[in-house]
Design a protein around this ligand. Structure first.
Ligand code: UD1
Length: 268
């Protein structure tokens, strides 16, 4: 995504009506120790892509952003008007890329940038041919639970059970990857029909706790998921969830997959 010449060739070969920009780095911890690398790929990559689009006269883009741009919640659920104050370098690179897209649209009134703020993507395609199975230690909850279930790791560490939530564990808005993919298809239509830059929350509007995720996965897999409660993880918040009304109304998109679908497809 930072290779301008290759981007030019892609633009020429495909002459796209719309570009979907997925190429980014997303590990919070890595971003803190390698800020330049993260700005390079996430911001520099977006800049190189927009330049290539400009050269080819392509005027529409869909961008993978993150709910992490909001930072500490002033109120929940987050709507798109919630202040943005990301607490990690990763989050700041996503917000910087959003600004880039917004300024680009401002200068090009015929341009369209659909900014999708993902909540917590999980699950796998029903074919079981595409899914998440990291080869190194998973950073995220679901792939970690999956590796405990298959016996690759012994115990899931629960990062805190003393949060102000019904069972004390952290709560998140987990969105099935197929619903997430469908949001991009809806965004394609929106980008063709509208101009300007607009952010959309892509979440379900529901939140589940770590314990609820573990229970759902134990049920889907028929396996025990041994857990150990650990101290809270630095930088974690108790709970977060999306107000997805804007995406529901303007993109005509709603998440349809359940927690059971999420656990079952990951296990498959
Ligand atoms: C994380 C990132 C977020 C990024 C998203 C990508 C942080 C602070 N945030 O979100 O910026 O966009 O991943 O999907 O890293 N948990 C455990 N044990 C584990 C792992 C997680 O108890 O081994 C808990 C966490 O404390 C949290 C929940 O599970 O309550 C979800 O954690 P995770 O999957 O890492 O996602 P986020 O932290 O929400």
């Amino acid at each position: 995504v930072r290779h301008s010449h290759t981007l030019d060739m892609v633009m020429t070969d495909f002459a796209p009506d719309v570009v979907i920009h997925f190429a980014g780095l997303k590990a919070v911890g890595d971003s803190m120790s390698d800020p330049l690398g993260y700005y390079d790929v996430n911001v520099g990559g977006t800049l190189a892509l927009l330049h290539a689009m400009d050269r080819a006269g392509v005027r529409r883009i869909i961008f993978s952003s993150s709910a992490t741009v909001y930072g500490e919640p002033d109120y929940l659920p987050y709507d798109e008007a919630h202040p943005t104050a990301p607490t990690s370098v990763y989050g700041r690179t996503k917000l910087a890329a959003e600004s880039l897209l917004t300024d680009w649209c401002f200068a090009n009134p015929e341009a369209s940038a659909v900014i999708l703020r993902y909540f917590n993507p999980v699950g796998a395609h029903p074919s079981a041919r595409i899914g998440e199975d990291p080869s190194d230690t998973p950073n995220n909850l679901m792939p970690y639970i999956a590796q405990v279930a298959v016996g690759k790791r012994e115990t899931l560490q629960i990062f805190g059970d003393d949060y102000d939530t019904p069972d004390g564990t952290g709560m998140r808005d987990y969105i099935h990857v197929v619903d997430l993919a469908r949001a991009h298809v809806a965004a394609l239509d929106y980008a063709v029909a509208n101009t300007g830059a607009r952010p959309f929350n892509v979440g379900t509007g529901d939140a589940y706790s770590v314990r609820q995720m573990v229970d759902a996965f134990a049920k889907a897999s028929g396996r025990d998921i041994p857990c150990r409660v650990m101290p809270r993880r630095d930088g974690d918040i108790a709970a977060m969830q999306a107000n997805a009304a804007r995406a529901n109304e303007e993109l005509g998109w709603t998440a349809t997959h359940t927690l059971t679908d999420i656990a079952q497809s990951t296990w498959d």
